[in-house]
Write a protein that binds this ligand. Sequence first.
Ligand SMILES: Cc1cc2nc3c(=O)[nH]c(=O)nc-3n(C[C@H](O)[C@H](O)[C@H](O)COP(=O)(O)O)c2cc1C
Length: 173
Amino acid sequence: MELLEAIRTRRAIRKFKTDPVPPELIEKLLEAARWAPSSVNCQPWEFIVITDPETKKRISRAFMLGPFLNQAPLAIAVAVDRLKSTCQVQDGSIAAYAIWLAAHDLGLGACWVNPIIEFGVKRILGIPVTKRLVSVLAIGYPDEAPVHTRKKLADFVYFEKHGNKKGPIAFKE
Ligand SMILES: Cc1cc2nc3c(=O)[nH]c(=O)nc-3n(C[C@H](O)[C@H](O)[C@H](O)COP(=O)(O)O)c2cc1C
């Protein structure tokens, strides 16, 4: 898939087929994350690949965000070492987005699940306190094709100064 097309057509997938994600595809997802940029190339991330149904059920409960994580055949937790990065959220988020985009490119679907009750999930996964849990991605073969819209560029792009809409590109209103 062409990159710009992948960026445009990636969606948050919350309904999955029961088919497992093959190990070679899991490796490709992790490989995409490995090549994500990070602040001063510190590569502060660690990933936990979760396929055990009991663990997924427990995390799903700890999140209190509904059953879709539980129903995904695969979850990948993205943790960042607080001691290695001064940009923990940014470094972790870029890696998570790389996984999300790669999943789409490979015919999989994914959705970011925000670790609101971070300490609860970290305890279940055995993540030490020195690591920050940035994201858990629910991943599997999509069983839905949601359509989403975006605001228009004209709504949020300015030129040279905040508020100035006059520039070299005349966005459609
Ligand atoms: C930082 C972040 C946190 C998110 N947290 C959740 C979440 O906890 N639960 C959920 O169902 N979706 C979550 N999402 C998915 C968004 O709801 C989704 O990306 C957004 O509605 C736009 O839809 P699209 O990704 O299909 O274009 C999150 C996305 C991001 C980027």
